[in-house]
Design a protein around this ligand. Sequence first.
Ligand code: DGL
Length: 269
Amino acid sequence: MAVGIFDSGLGGLTVLDAAQKRLPDVDFLYFADSAHAPYGVRDSENIYELTRGAVNDLWNRGCDLVILACNTASAAALRRMQEEGVPEGKRVLGVFVPLIEALTERQWGDNSPPREVAVKHVALFATPATVSSRAFQRELAFRAIGVDVEAQSCGGVVDAIEDGDMILAEALVRSHVDALKRKMPEPQAAILGCTHYPLMAETFQQALGPDVQVFSQGDLVAESLADYLQRHPNMNGEARGGFLTTGKPRFVSDRATQFLRRQITFEAA
Ligand code: DGL
């Protein structure tokens, strides 16, 4: 009985951790496509193929519901997978919508026309593929008007985190925040639009300053998952919980244990 959580690598652990805290009785099967990370520098066709392969694998292992805990995969593959049709009884959901609903002060599933919201200047930090997809701006435009979004593509940050080089990750975050501030000197809110970035949340907040509200996805996605499972109680599936990787299980386990500060043991997918 497990919900599938998919990411290109370790970033989705920020979503998993929040989901486990919010839903202690639910099991999760986490899939890290570490052998192909980072996704953010790949083209959208390639991201779509990789994402579809991993989600199929999770469905075949008995997960009925799979969360794409990856903005890059959500941007490049989610809409297409849903439009092409998913197998009977299976679902795949992404991470954009809960975040945008929070930013635009909407309740879950409020599909009323776009309206003015309090926040006017938003900085978006994401991978090159997510930024070039403009998926975030598209979802935002369905819900809000008059919001100025400046997107900063944060090349290199995911590779550094996956390699465990946090000093490099920190330096890159600071330089990407500087670059954003040259384009938008006073953002009111900042979106960490990659599930790896909450692992660097303190650095983002320090570099942006205390007046900028930083939004990240863990708690928001966990809350919307709790709501979904309450409305669809049979979507827990028959899979066993655990951690799978297409990379080197020992290396990935060490990094994951370091990030979540508890023992995490990955097995080969
Ligand atoms: N954590 C991912 C995201 O939310 C993917 C990063 C990558 O593989 O480039 O975008």
